[in-house]
Design a protein around this ligand. Structure first.
Ligand code: 5GP
Length: 192
């Protein structure tokens, strides 16, 4: 089982590297928002570990809220599954995203938050798949630029699994990951 698992995944970013980069992002955001009290709006579920680590690197007053969306259809149509609890009128919003891929979700989300009267909207994404972008969307803070492999870990899932891995991995053999999630998890947790 192990040789198959070994061939099915490759580590892309180690946990220690993520930690270091998240601290840098936290310092940059704290500096830029030193005269403001931003509200972090994290996009569930994928942004959860990133939000938890990033928020604890901020040295400014900040609120935390969540939303959950799903994309449907061809273009950038999104359905809101869980909405923010706070009133965003006049607020400086920092959207916390796991990964920006085509940019379609973020484009719609930014427009929605501005329509609700936010004073400003900026985005921090841990990962940026620049080469796959279909729409040009502002991305003020990003952790790492990555290629177009399918990634798991640190919030990112494959068929609902692997979000709790501390490092980021690329899936090289999706059939294996799908067929044997338990074997995959054993390998991935052993090699974190
Ligand atoms: P887009 O920018 O295309 O609208 O969508 C971004 C969303 O697609 C992310 O929030 C994430 O849910 C999903 N996504 C994009 N690339 C990956 C990936 O490599 N792995 C996982 N697990 N999700 C991805």
């Amino acid at each position: 089982m192990l040789p198959a698992a070994e061939a099915a995944f490759t580590r892309v970013v180690a946990a220690a590297e993520i930690k270091e980069r998240v601290a840098e992002l936290g310092a940059a955001i704290s500096d830029d928002y030193r005269d403001s009290e931003p509200i972090l709006v994290a996009v569930l579920v994928g942004a959860l570990p990133f939000l938890a680590d990033l928020a604890r690197q901020l040295t400014i007053a900040t609120k935390i809220d969540f939303l959950s969306i799903s994309r449907f259809g061809e273009g950038g149509r999104i359905r809101i599954i869980l909405d923010v609890a706070d009133n965003l009128l006049g607020k400086d919003v920092v959207v916390v995203e796991d990964i920006v891929d085509t940019g379609l979700s973020l484009t719609v989300l930014r427009r929605m938050l501005l329509d609700r009267g936010a004073n400003s909207v900026a985005t921090v994404a841990l990962l940026d798949k620049t080469k796959r972008r279909l729409v040009d969307v502002p991305l003020e803070y990003r952790g790492f630029e990555v290629g177009d492999e399918y990634l798991i870990g640190y919030g990112l899932d494959f068929e609902g699994n692997f979000r709790n891995l501390p490092a980021l991995w690329a899936v090289l053999d999706a059939d294996f990951a799908s067929r044997d999630p338990a074997g995959s998890a054993r390998y991935l947790y052993q090699h974190r």
